[in-house]
Write a new protein. Structure first.
Length: 202
């Protein structure tokens, strides 16, 4: 997320104290990460309705870590595996900002989140990091999972650039099945079908 997260947060002394602790002792993040919601609240982040205050604080904690490469990936994995849904969402939200230091090493976390039935985890996983690093088939399957579970495609980063003829074919099959069953087709499917109509076999 390119926005200055700290500027969006209310004045909470605990945040600055926690960030300083992580910079001084990176291992402190394992104690601080689980208690963010208790100290900072879980309400929506101003001007960013899909994020919460605790999401933003957790991302700030992650970006304060001095690690890179596999060491960073290992720390993220430990926080993700030991965390509840909100903590896992915080890790996923932080991947885009950490990408220059991380490369594709956090893809297992993205895949794990997409495999769940938790729509907030799936949405958090499919940010800029996933758009950059998921392979074509993985990205198509993730988009299809969103359509099946009712997650708006506006929540998925990179759809306009990564949608292709094969994704359009998969979505056309989905739309046909829904129509045959007398069910509505999500409106955000149609722009993909229309933009790739020439590459599909009807």
């Amino acid at each position: 997320m390119s926005t200055d997260l700290r500027a969006l947060l209310p004045a909470i002394d605990w945040v600055d104290e926690a960030l300083a602790r992580v910079r001084a002792d990176p291992a402190a993040i394992r104690l601080l990460f689980p208690v963010v919601g208790r100290h900072c609240g879980r309400g929506p982040l101003p001007d960013e309705s899909r994020w919460t205050v605790d999401d933003a604080v957790r991302v700030l904690l992650l970006t304060s870590l001095p690690y890179q490469g596999q060491r960073l990936a290992d720390e993220l994995t430990a926080l993700y595996r030991s965390g509840d849904a909100a903590e896992r969402r915080g890790v996923l939200r932080g991947l885009a900002d950490l990408e220059p230091r991380l490369g594709d090493l956090a893809l297992p976390l993205v895949r794990d989140a997409v495999a769940t039935n938790d729509s907030r985890l799936i949405s958090a996983a499919l940010g800029e990091y996933a758009a950059l690093h998921l392979d074509a088939d993985g990205y198509r399957q993730a988009v299809l999972k969103c359509v099946f579970t009712g997650i708006p495609l506006a929540d998925v980063a990179g759809v306009a650039g990564r949608a292709d003829g094969e994704l359009a074919r998969m979505l056309a099959d989905f739309a046909h099945e829904r129509t045959a069953a007398g069910r509505d087709v999500p409106v955000d499917v149609w722009p993909i079908l229309e933009s790739h109509s020439s590459s599909r076999q009807d």
